[in-house]
Design a protein around this ligand. Structure first.
Ligand code: AMP
Ligand code: TRP
Length: 333
């Protein structure tokens, strides 16, 4: 059975892009794969350094959201990254495998660091090395992510290959990105050329998985569109990023493709389509938000899930990372 690994940062409230690009697929893969899912709190401190209890609470909330979406922590594994030491240990080795030139090509670093590169943390720069360690510490081969993570997974394969080559082994397997569904890149509701993101200054740009029905309806009604009615064929969505985004969201929620949505809604104006889309979103998201709230009523139960997950995760990762360390040649006196 193929082993799957994926992660999400606890840097804010999960949004519709996380759900359609990642979580939904994570849930679906549980039927056929051995799945390990991780709230990546080590990655979260590469930016937005916050002291006090905020990070811990956000980690707990993200875990609750994943459980509410349908992650089965009994059959599979859900844990917080910082509680399994193997991630940071292997990441250090990978810091010494990855080349500066490779990291310089990472578009996410360029986007996140922006103009103020000199002031970005060095952790943000080596973020992809830690991400490679997350996956390879488990010898996972399937990685379900949104489209924005593709470049990081290519880098992870480069790291694995160089490690194998330098150590003269085939120790780390090749990773396959699993980029699934009709909405692998959900765009901002305010600008169809920007991805929906937790860090966008405007809350109107995203649907949070915790938004109440009125907020969802309002955000969809206000979503940017163009004046034309919906086309009747998928090719009519070219050069219409906002229309394409809303149709993609609808398609993903209904588990159909763009063409099927347009067969039903092509020719309609956005007013009607948005009402139907908002109703569908409310229908899908309301039970998830309610379940996450219910779980958080008893925070210790979420913590217990994460504690158990960390133990089971460490049992897999520790021997793999110990072997990587042996291959590097550390003295074990
Ligand atoms: P992050 O919130 O950056 O930790 O991302 C967690 C997961 O959600 C990753 O697999 C991302 O690729 C995915 N994701 C984040 N934003 C989007 C988006 N706008 N569209 C599709 N997938 C996304
Ligand atoms: N970098 C990913 C993101 O922001 C999160 C992540 C960290 C991840 N480690 C991972 C995803 C390992 C897949 C596998 O979306």
């Amino acid at each position: 059975m193929q082993r799957v690994f994926s992660g999400v940062q606890p840097t804010g409230i999960a949004h519709l892009g996380n759900y359609l690009g990642a979580f939904r697929n994570w849930v679906a893969l549980q039927a056929s794969h051995e799945c390990i899912y991780c709230v990546v709190d080590l990655h979260a401190i590469t930016e937005n350094w916050q002291t006090g209890g905020t990070l811990a609470q956000q980690t707990r909330e993200m875990a609750a959201m994943l459980l509410a979406c349908g992650i089965d922590a009994q059959k599979h594994i859900l844990f917080a990254q910082s509680s399994v030491r193997a991630h940071a240990q292997l990441a250090w080795i990978f810091n010494c495998v990855a080349r500066i030139g490779w990291l310089n090509r990472m578009t996410q670093f360029k986007d996140k660091a922006g103009k103020n590169r000199e002031n970005a943390s060095s952790g943000l720069y080596v973020y992809p090395n830690l991400m490679a360690a997350d996956i390879l510490a488990y010898h996972a081969t399937g990685v379900p992510v949104g489209e924005d993570q593709r470049q990081h997974l290519e880098l992870a394969n480069d790291i694995a290959q160089k490690f194998n080559h330098d150590c003269g082994t085939e120790f780390f397997p090749r990773i396959e990105p699993l980029i699934m569904g009709p909405a692998p890149r959900v765009m901002s509701l305010r600008d169809g050329t920007k991805k929906m993101s937790k860090s966008d200054a405007s809350d109107q740009s995203r649907i949070n998985l915790t938004d109440d029905p009125d907020t969802i309806a309002l955000k969809i009604r206000r979503a940017k569109t163009d004046p034309e009615p919906l086309p009747s064929e998928a090719r009519g969505l070219e050069h219409r990023p906002e229309a394409r985004n809303l149709v993609g969201i609808y398609a993903a929620l209904e588990s159909v493709d763009h063409a099927a949505v347009l067969r039903e809604h092509g020719g309609k104006g956005f007013g009607t389509f948005k009402d139907t889309l908002a109703a569908l979103l409310i229908d899908k998201l309301r039970p998830i938000a309610a379940e996450a709230r219910r779980l958080l009523d008893d925070p210790s139960s979420v913590d217990a899930v994460l504690r158990d997950g960390a133990q089971r995760a460490a049992a897999i990762a520790d021997p793999i990372v110990a072997e990587a360390e042996r291959l590097v040649g550390f003295l074990r006196p």
